[in-house]
Design a protein around this ligand. Structure first.
Ligand code: R5P
Length: 293
């Protein structure tokens, strides 16, 4: 406790030295609140500005997806290699050790499944996200979906408002329905709509050509989903191209946990994202780690 008497006089005022005022390393997020910046700095490495997120929220629409049948056996060993984990609140409480100490991109919206029309979603309470110590709130945004486009944009908007009350950023996830094409024209529109509505980070797909134009026209960081399982070298090639064209990281699921050796694969992805390894070199690392184990 501070004493009332006998204290040294304050004298180190640094007169003439301007107070430092740091910028912020993530584009489009220089003017958000301190808590949001703190959480984003846990997800993205402040030195590289990049992240390797591990997505295993697929069960909320797809049930026991291949590789996620027993998440305690397949996902828990991957968590130490991820910069951030993206999952449902169910998975979090059921299998993620609270001692993992990883930032959580919480699947915050939920609703219809692959058995019906996707994207008819609601959100949980913000208190629940705070209780779970979420670092980011992930919302599916179905731009171009005739039935649910406006609903999902409303959900995004509501989440951004609620998250802001507690300093939690929002991740806009661009959903691609069966009828929509994954090209630069569509993805450019969808990512921009999410950003203009206030999403702090956008998750979308890589596409060819013109992914760099999507990144350039999106005023906040983009991370790419992996999509359906590809041969490991092709998945590393995709991650490399995305990073090279300006993505701030990956939020990959199936291309990691459905790989022949998931623990080796996530390390190879890290080598691409954080060490700028070329796809071939990262694939060599994958083979070496796979053979070692
Ligand atoms: C979709 O259900 C989720 O948002 C996934 O997190 C997302 O699709 C990323 O996973 P993947 O890399 O398997 O596409």
């Amino acid at each position: 406790m501070a004493e009332a008497t006998g204290n040294q006089d304050a004298k180190d005022y640094g007169i003439g030295i301007p107070q430092k005022s740091e910028g912020y390393f993530l584009k489009g997020n220089a003017h958000v609140d301190w808590g949001i910046k703190d959480r984003l700095s846990r997800i993205f490495n402040p030195k590289s500005g990049r992240t390797v997120m591990l997505a295993f929220d697929h069960g909320y629409i797809m049930g026991p997806t291949s590789g996620l049948e027993r998440m305690d056996l397949t996902i828990v060993p991957l968590i130490p290699y991820a910069d951030c984990i993206m999952c449902t609140r169910g998975a979090l409480r059921q299998i993620v050790p609270p001692t993992s100490n990883k930032p959580i991109s919480l699947r915050y919206s939920a609703g219809s499944t692959v058995l019906t029309d996707l994207n008819d979603e609601c959100v949980m309470s913000i208190e629940e996200a705070v209780r779970l110590n979420a670092s980011m709130l992930a919302i599916m945004v179905a731009i171009g979906c005739k039935k649910f486009e406006a609903d999902t944009v409303r959900t995004l908007t509501k989440t951004i408002d609620e998250g802001a009350r507690f300093g939690i950023p929002t991740l806009g996830v661009t959903a691609v329905g069966k009828e929509l094409v994954r090209d630069a024209r569509y993805l450019g529109l969808a990512t921009r709509v999410c950003a203009e509505n206030g999403a702090h980070v956008i998750k979308t797909y890589h596409c060819k050509p013109d992914f760099e134009k999507i990144v350039a026209a999106c005023p906040v960081p983009i991370v790419i989903a992996g999509g359906k399982k590809l041969p490991e070298l092709e998945a590393l090639q995709m991650a490399y191209e995305a990073i090279d064209q300006g993505a701030a990281g990956v939020d990959m699921g199936r291309n990691v946990f459905q790989a022949e050796h998931p623990v080796a694969m996530i390390q190879a992805v890290r080598a691409v994202v954080h060490d700028n390894k070329k796809p071939k070199d990262a694939f060599d690392l994958y083979q070496t780690l796979k053979n070692k184990s």
